[in-house]
Design a protein around this ligand. Structure first.
Ligand SMILES: Nc1ncnc2c1ncn2[C@@H]1O[C@H](COP(=O)(O)OP(=O)(O)OP(=O)(O)O)[C@@H](O)[C@H]1O
Length: 707
C-alpha cells in the first residue's frame, strides 16, 4: 500500500502518512475508542489516514486484481510445480509476470473454504511481515471443464513451518527468533484485526469488491444469483446464500431492524420449495425458527437443536420430520433477540458441513461473537490502551512493540500516548500553566478603581517597585521564599482580599477542602477585628514577627503604590477591603523572630488598591502563571540568595481573599522543589489553624511551577 499511496499522496504528506501508519498499528484497532482518547487534531489526522488507507487498498486491489485476472486467464499462465497439498486444495509454484507466486487451487466443492480464506486475506491492514502476503484471487475453468478457484499468494521458498522444522535444525537463538516472528504474526491477527472474527466495515467493502470481481458474471447481483440458483435447481445452503447477500451488502450482518430479511426470505423460499417439492432432504433449508415462545431457559447463541427440529416438524410432509438425522443445518440464534435489545437479530446459520469442515467449536463461536460486540471491543481497547503503564515493557499489552515503536517514531508531544480520560474533579493541586501574558482577562481580573485597570496589574506594578527595593535594601534569608511566594500571592491578590490566617478560629489547616465558615461573609467575622494588624499580633503565631514593622512597611508601600485616595476610603472597612492583605500575608510568611522584616515583592502584591466598592466575584479562577514571572522569580531569587547566602525555606501563610474562598481548591501547594520537604508553619504543634484561609506551601526551587 505504501507504493500505491506514494503515487496518490503529495510528497509533503508522505512523512505524515508514515507516522500515521505506525501510529495506526496500535490505534487503528481501537479507532472508536481513540475518539475519546486522542486529541481532536490527531483524530482528524487519523481519520484522514483511515480514508487514505481504504482508498489505497481499493485502488491497490482493483488494479492488482484486474492485472492478475488478465494474466491468470492468459494461456501463458500455468501451474508449474506442485509444492504442497492441504485439506482443501493443492498449492503450486507459478511464475506470474516474472515473479514467483504460490497459487492455491480450490476445487468447486471447496468454494466456501476459498471464500473464507479470501475474506481473511482481504482484511485491511493485514499487511504484516509475519503473515503471508495475499496477491489475488480468481476462479476459472479447469482442465476438466470444472470451476476451480485460485488464490494467489507470495511464494515463500521455505514452505510451511512444519516442513521447515522437519528439514532444518536450528540453535536456540534462531528458534527464539522463529517463535518470536510467529507469535508476532499471531498476535497481530488475533488481537488487532479480527476481533472475534468479525470483519470490519472496510474489509467488508473490500471483500465485496473482491467478490464482485471474482464473480464470473460481474454484473450478477445476489437477487439474480438466487434466482439463477433456483432455476438451476441448485440446492444451496442457507449460509452460502446469506454469505452472498452479505457480500453484496443486501443484508446486514446483524440483521434488519424491521422488514423482511432478504436472506431469510430466501430461506423461506427455500423452505417453501422444500415443502412443495418434498424432495430434497439434503437441501439445507433450514432457516430460523420464528417462534419466540420456546419455553425453557436457553443459552445465548447456543445451538438449538430443538428449535431446529421443531421448525422442520412444522413443515408438513417434511422428510426431516421423522428423520432428524437428515438435518444438516444448525442455527445459531442470538437469544438477545428475545430480550431488550432492539436490534438483536444475530442469526448466523451454519450448516453441519460448515461445522465439520471448519472444525468450529460452538462455544468458541459464541465466545467470539460476544467478544466482537462493540462493548467488548471498547472494553478490550480500554484494557489494552488505557493501562496506567502502557509503555512499560512489563506491561501485558501485546501491542507494546507497536506502542514503543510509535513512541520512538513520533515525538511525544505530537502523538501522546492514549491516556485515560480524566474526569473533571476538584483538583488537589493546580498546575501553573505557562502562557503568554494576556492583555486583559475578563474572567478573573477584577476591575478596580477608576482607572479601569485590573487589580493585578496595579499590584504587579507595585510589586516590581517593591521587589527592587527589597533586593537592594534587605538581606534576610526568608525573603527568598517570600519572593517565590509571589506566585501565590499574586493570585490571591487578584481578588483583592486575603484573610488573615492567624485570625482563624477552627484550627483547620488550609489543606482541607472547605472551611466550616465557607459561606459566612468574611466581613461579618472580621468586623470584630478593627484592624488586621491587630490580629496579626496574636501571641499564638510562631511567625508573629514584628507586625508593627510589617504594618509600617505596608503602609509605606501602599502610599507608594499610588492608591492613597482609595486607602483613605477603605480605612473604615479595613477588615474587608484589600488593604490589609499585604501585612497579614507577610506577617504569616516571615518565620522566626525576625526583627527586621523587609518589604518583599509578595508583600507588595498583597497590598491591594482599596477601592470604594468591593470587587465582584470572579466567574472563574485563573491561577495561570506566566513564564515571565518565572524568569523574574528565578532571577530575583538568585539575587536574594546571593545576598543572603542561605537557602532557608520559609513558608508563608496568607489570607484567602473572601472572593476566592468560594472557588479555591482543596490545597494550594507550591511545590517548587520536587525533592525538598515542605515547610509548613501551619503544622506547628498546638497552633491554631486558620479557619478559612488556604495554606500555601512553598519550597525553595523555583524551577517547578506546580501549584
Ligand atoms: N505461499 C506459499 N509459499 C510456499 N509454500 C506454500 C505457500 N502456501 C502453501 N505452501 C505449501 O503448500 C502446503 C499446503 O498449503 P495449504 O495452505 O494448502 O495447506 P495448509 O495451510 O498446510 O493446511 P490447510 O489445509 O489447513 O490450509 C503447505 O504446507 C506449504 O508447504
Amino acid at each position: 500500500t505504501s507504493t500505491t499511496t506514494t503515487a496518490i499522496l503529495p510528497s509533503t504528506h508522505l512523512q505524515l502518512f508514515y507516522l500515521l501508519h505506525i501510529y495506526s498499528y496500535y490505534s487503528y484497532s481501537t479507532y472508536y475508542t481513540s475518539t475519546a482518547i486522542l486529541p481532536s487534531t490527531h483524530l482528524q489526522l487519523l481519520q484522514l489516514f483511515y480514508l487514505l488507507h481504504i482508498y489505497s487498498y481499493s485502488t491497490f486491489y482493483t488494479s492488482t486484481i484486474q492485472s492478475f485476472f488478465l494474466n491468470l486467464s492468459s494461456p501463458s499462465f500455468s501451474l508449474c510445480q506442485l509444492i504442497g497439498r492441504g485439506r482443501y486444495g493443492s498449492v503450486f509454484c507459478c511464475s506470474l509476470d516474472e515473479r514467483q507466486v504460490a497459487v492455491k487451487v480450490f476445487s468447486s466443492a471447496n468454494r466456501q473454504n476459498f471464500l473464507n480464506e479470501c475474506s481473511i486475506y482481504c482484511v485491511p491492514l493485514l499487511e504484516h511481515d509475519n503473515i503471508a502476503h495475499f496477491i489475488a484471487a480468481d476462479e476459472r475453468l479447469g482442465a476438466e471443464g470444472r470451476v476451480e478457484y485460485l488464490l494467489v499468494m507470495e511464494y515463500y521458498p521455505h514452505g510451511s513451518l512444519h516442513r521447515y522444522l522437519g528439514l532444518q535444525t536450528g540453535d536456540w537463538m534462531s528458534s527464539c527468533r522463529l517463535a518470536h516472528s510467529i507469535t508476532r504474526g499471531l498476535a497481530y491477527l488475533h488481537t488487532e484485526l479480527l476481533k472475534g472474527g468479525r470483519p470490519r466495515k472496510s474489509s467488508k467493502r473490500l471483500y465485496r469488491l473482491l467478490k464482485l470481481i471474482q464473480l464470473r458474471d460481474r454484473g450478477t447481483t445476489s437477487t439474480e444469483l438466487v434466482q439463477e440458483w433456483q432455476q438451476a435447481g441448485v440446492s444451496a445452503f442457507a449460509c452460502t446464500v446469506r454469505q452472498r447477500l452479505l457480500e453484496d451488502g443486501l443484508v446486514n450482518r446483524m440483521g434488519p431492524k424491521s422488514g423482511p430479511d432478504p436472506a431469510s426470505s430466501y430461506i423461506e423460499e427455500q423452505e417453501g420449495m422444500a415443502k412443495n417439492t418434498q424432495s430434497d432432504a439434503s437441501s439445507a433449508l433450514i432457516g430460523r425458527t420464528r417462534d419466540g415462545g420456546v419455553a425453557g431457559e436457553r443459552n445465548r447463541n447456543s445451538i438449538n437443536y430443538e428449535r431446529q427440529q421443531a421448525a422442520h416438524a412444522r413443515l408438513p410432509g417434511s422428510p426431516s420430520a421423522g428423520t432428524s438425522s437428515a438435518l444438516t443445518t444448525m442455527t445459531f440464534i442470538s437469544e438477545s433477540s428475545q430480550g431488550h435489545d432492539p436490534n438483536p437479530n444475530l442469526h448466523l446459520t451454519l450448516t453441519q458441513e460448515d461445522l465439520e469442515t471448519t472444525k468450529l467449536d460452538p462455544r468458541e463461536v459464541d465466545k467470539n461473537l460476544k467478544e466482537s460486540s462493540d462493548e467488548n471491543l471498547m472494553e478490550h481497547s480500554q484494557k489494552q490502551f488505557c493501562s496506567p503503564d502502557l509503555l512499560s515493557p512489563a506491561s501485558s499489552s501485546l501491542l507494546f512493540p507497536f506502542i514503543k515503536m510509535a513512541g520512538e517514531a513520533s515525538p511525544p508531544a505530537l502523538f501522546p500516548l492514549p491516556k485515560q480520560q480524566n474526569l473533571p474533579k476538584r483538583p488537589s493541586s493546580l498546575l501553573l500553566r505557562t502562557k503568554p501574558p494576556k492583555k486583559d482577562s475578563s474572567s478573573l481580573r477584577f476591575k478596580f478603581g477608576r482607572h479601569g485597570k485590573s487589580n493585578l496589574r496595579q499590584v504587579e506594578g507595585g510589586a516590581k517597585t517593591n521587589a527592587v527595593s527589597n533586593v537592594t535594601a534587605v538581606s534576610e534569608p526568608h525573603r527568598v521564599s517570600a519572593t517565590n511566594n509571589l506566585l501565590v500571592l499574586r493570585d490571591l491578590s487578584v481578588n483583592g482580599r486575603a484573610t488573615n490566617p492567624q485570625s482563624s478560629e477552627d484550627g483547620q489547616l488550609g489543606l482541607i477542602t472547605a472551611s466550616p465558615d465557607e459561606h459566612q461573609p468574611l466581613l461579618s467575622r472580621e468586623t470584630g477585628q478593627p484592624d488586621v494588624h491587630t490580629s496579626n499580633a496574636r501571641p499564638n503565631n510562631n511567625n508573629s514577627n514584628s507586625n508593627g514593622l510589617v504594618l509600617g512597611e505596608g503602609e509605606g508601600e501602599s502610599d507608594g503604590g499610588g492608591e492613597d485616595e482609595e486607602e483613605g476610603a477603605g480605612g473604615s472597612t479595613s477588615g474587608e477591603t484589600p488593604c490589609s492583605l499585604g501585612e497579614s500575608s507577610v506577617s504569616g510568611s516571615l518565620s522566626g523572630p525576625d526583627p527586621n522584616p523587609v518589604p518583599m515583592r509578595g508583600e507588595a502584591l498583597l497590598r491591594q488598591p482599596k477601592g470604594g466598592r468591593r470587587p465582584e466575584r470572579p466567574n472563574s479562577l485563573d491561577l495561570s502563571f506566566t513564564t515571565r514571572d518565572l524568569v523574574s522569580l528565578g532571577e530575583q531569587r538568585e539575587v536574594l540568595v546571593q545576598n543572603q547566602g542561605t537557602g532557608e525555606k520559609i513558608k508563608k501563610r496568607v489570607k484567602t481573599p473572601y472572593s476566592l474562598k468560594r472557588w479555591r481548591p482543596a490545597t494550594w501547594v507550591i511545590s517548587t522543589d520536587t525533592g525538598g520537604s515542605e515547610v509548613n508553619n501551619n503544622r506547628g504543634e498546638g497552633q491554631a489553624r486558620p479557619k478559612s484561609s488556604s495554606a500555601v506551601y512553598l519550597t525553595s526551587e523555583p524551577s517547578d511551577t506546580r501549584l
